[in-house]
Design a protein around this ligand. Structure first.
Ligand code: CMP
Length: 619
């Protein structure tokens, strides 16, 4: 009988056997055949051999049969052996046709996500080779880099790549592999990420890190005016079918949208205030969304997530105004009055500070054109201190000084929103209404500390005291490093390596050799060679929270930005977005109290008041 069968019939017969019943020759026949199947032809011999031993033959007779539905749990991967299928997604309908030799159903397996589409037979009598989940994971999980391109209407809309995450990443067991988004259209990326949002009934769910990356960077490729309608589109309006399953599915889909919105609000907080589209959408203003959203059925969920909006908007301080700046007020006799006031002081406040009742001044004229710059010479106040505070510093222990610096830095650092880094690196002008004020403030702080150190050393006139001061700054640097405040650690070290300080040979001669050795070790940490390798190795050992060396972080981000396009073949280069956010998102976890054991005794608020000579600032 066997000898009378054609090759196809023989193969079919072998495939129909239960995998455990296949002989060595059977496996050989299947293996040979797999060489001609597009979906697996690129795999290695050993992988194909393993597949031959587990493939299950599955046939379906009728066109229109639903193989599985979007939202289902995924159990298997399919290769089309004969026939073709339609790929259908909610809200879009038919997006693609798959034919003989093509495969589908792998996404749900690797990402542990629900099915991203419904698969329906296009013709009668379709044959599939099916690999069940455990086998798929066992055999194909570690296979060479594997790209999945999803198409809609003949155009690629999403490119995923298998990546092996290490065990420290959240989600799943250690060493698992996943498909991560490389590029895609903004809408498809959003759709894909929404699928990954997990609804945990306990409420202690973790949000996938790439969802966070998306929210942080969306403005680069998807303005709020595009994101909001897309979210609305992803929100199934009514229960579309009568079946319970469909109702379940659309409820889950809606909850995911709400959850994502909740994350969005949580992330941006107060910054949403400057985003009118977002405010409209979130119904802080009159509610266009609620009509469509069938508000009532979701009220609970929405309120749970979003009722805290006003609170959140309040909670993020948009700029930290610790800084006092010099205000110059003209007088008819050309001797200006100068005042130190916070940088955000309004004209009204400046006026009332000068023209107090009973004060010496009367306001005679206010000129909106400005009084004109009569004299470009710096004012006395702008020239910086003439005397150092070495004596006061001597009284304070290095640990207290360092703690103060760290405390202050931490406040500046946490006031800075992550998205400011994105705006800064991608160019703030591209984002209407965006601020990078906190970031700039923090960067300026680096310079302040650096020049303060040099100023203090240079203003100390007594050799012995100067040597003691030098030693103290090395000690302060070492405490800062211990406190994981790398920004100020570097600032102090930069201050000490300022040429004005470096050439104080006699002073350096007087510091103890132990201090000198520590200083040299720190210098090696600052060594920029091999792309700051020494620093990077040291940082790799730190666990968050820590304050990074800001100038280098910005340099790295700029490097990635300049070396990679935002779009790849007209698709958003999401890989670039993720690698940007990876550089900084983990720094802040935890809080300052973990960073330092704050010493109340040191509560002299000197940290906000450090002064430096401007001559150093000009280099
Ligand atoms: P999975 O999510 O497991 O189940 C549905 C499958 O359809 C999915 O894996 C992909 O393999 C396949 N598919 C093909 N094109 C698309 C598309 N445009 N969107 C979603 N899924 C698609």
């Amino acid at each position: 009988l066997l000898s009378q069968m054609g090759p196809d019939a023989l193969l079919t017969m072998i495939l129909r056997k239960h995998p455990s019943q296949r002989s060595a020759e059977d496996l050989e026949v299947i293996y040979e055949e797999l060489l001609h199947v597009k979906a697996v032809a690129h795999l290695s011999t050993s992988v194909r051999k393993e597949l031959a031993a587990v493939l299950v033959f599955e046939t379906h007779g009728k066109a229109g049969t639903v193989l599985f539905s979007q939202g289902d749990k995924g159990n298997s991967w399919y290769i089309i052996w004969k026939g073709s299928v339609n790929v259908i997604t909610h809200g879009k309908g038919l997006v693609a046709k798959l034919r003989e030799g093509e495969d589908f159903g792998q996404l749900a397996l690797l990402n542990d996500a629900p099915r991203a589409a419904t698969i329906i037979l296009r013709e009668d009598n379709c044959h599939f080779l099916r690999v069940d989940k455990q086998d798929y994971i066992r055999i194909l999980k570690d296979v060479e880099a594997n790209t999945v391109r999803l198409e809609e209407h003949g155009h690629t809309v999403l490119v995923l790549e298998k990546s092996t995450t290490d065990s420290t990443d959240q989600g799943g067991a250690g060493g698992s592999s996943k498909y991560t988004v490389m590029s895609g259209t903004p809408e498809k990326i959003l759709e894909h990420l929404l699928e990954k949002v997990k609804l945990d009934t306990n409420g202690n769910d973790t949000i996938d890190s790439c969802v966070g990356d998306f929210l942080l960077t969306h403005k680069i490729f998807m303005a709020s005016s595009q994101l909001c309608p897309a979210l609305q589109h992803q929100y199934p309006l009514m229960f579309t079918g009568s079946e319970l399953e469909k109702a379940d599915y659309s409820l889950a889909a809606r909850q995911k949208v709400v959850k994502l919105l909740g994350q969005w609000v949580l992330l941006y907080g107060r910054l949403l205030k400057d985003d009118p589209v977002a405010l409209d959408f979130l119904e802080v203003r009159p509610p266009p969304l609620s009509h469509h959203l069938k508000w009532n059925c979701l009220k609970g969920a929405i309120y749970g997530e979003l009722s805290c909006l006003p609170l959140l908007i309040m909670s993020r301080v948009s700029v930290v105004f610790f800084t006092l700046v010099l205000y110059e007020i003209s007088r008819p006799d050309n001797i200006p009055i100068t005042l130190m006031l916070p940088v955000n002081t309004s004209v009204q406040e400046v006026l009332s500070a000068v023209v107090k009742p009973g004060a010496d001044y009367v306001l005679v004229k206010m000129n909106s054109m400005g009084g004109g710059f009569h004299d470009a010479r710096p004012l006395k106040e702008q020239q910086g201190p003439e005397q150092g505070t070495a004596d006061a510093l001597e009284q304070m222990c290095s640990k207290d000084v360092a703690s103060q610096l760290t405390h202050y830095d931490w406040e500046l650092f946490t006031a800075m929103h992550e998205v400011e880094l994105i705006y800064y690196v991608f160019g703030r002008s591209k984002f209407p209404g965006a601020t990078t004020a906190n970031l700039q403030r923090f960067v300026r702080r680096f310079n302040e500390v650096q020049y303060w150190v040099a100023t203090e050393v240079c203003l100390c006139q007594d050799l012995m005291k100067r040597a003691a001061l030098l030693k103290k700054f090395v000690k302060i640097a070492s405490v800062l490093k211990e406190q994981r405040n790398l920004n100020s650690f570097f600032a102090v070290m930069f201050g000490l390596s300022n040429s004005a300080v470096q050439r104080l040979y006699k002073t350096w001669e007087r510091i103890p050799s132990k201090t000198k050795r520590i200083y040299c070790a720190y210098e090696r940490l600052m060594d920029p060679s091999r792309n700051h390798r020494a620093y990077r190795l040291a940082v790799a050992k730190l666990s968050p929270p820590y304050i990074p060396f800001m100038p280098l972080l910005l340099k790295d981000m700029t490097f990635i930005h300049e070396g990679n396009k935002n779009y790849k073949d007209k698709l958003v280069n999401f890989e670039k977005m993720v690698s940007q956010t990876k550089l900084f998102v983990h720094h802040k976890c935890g809080s300052c109290t973990k960073l330092i054991n704050f010493n109340v005794k040191a509560l002299v608020s000197f940290a906000s008041d450090i002064k430096c000579i401007s001559i150093f600032c000009s280099g």
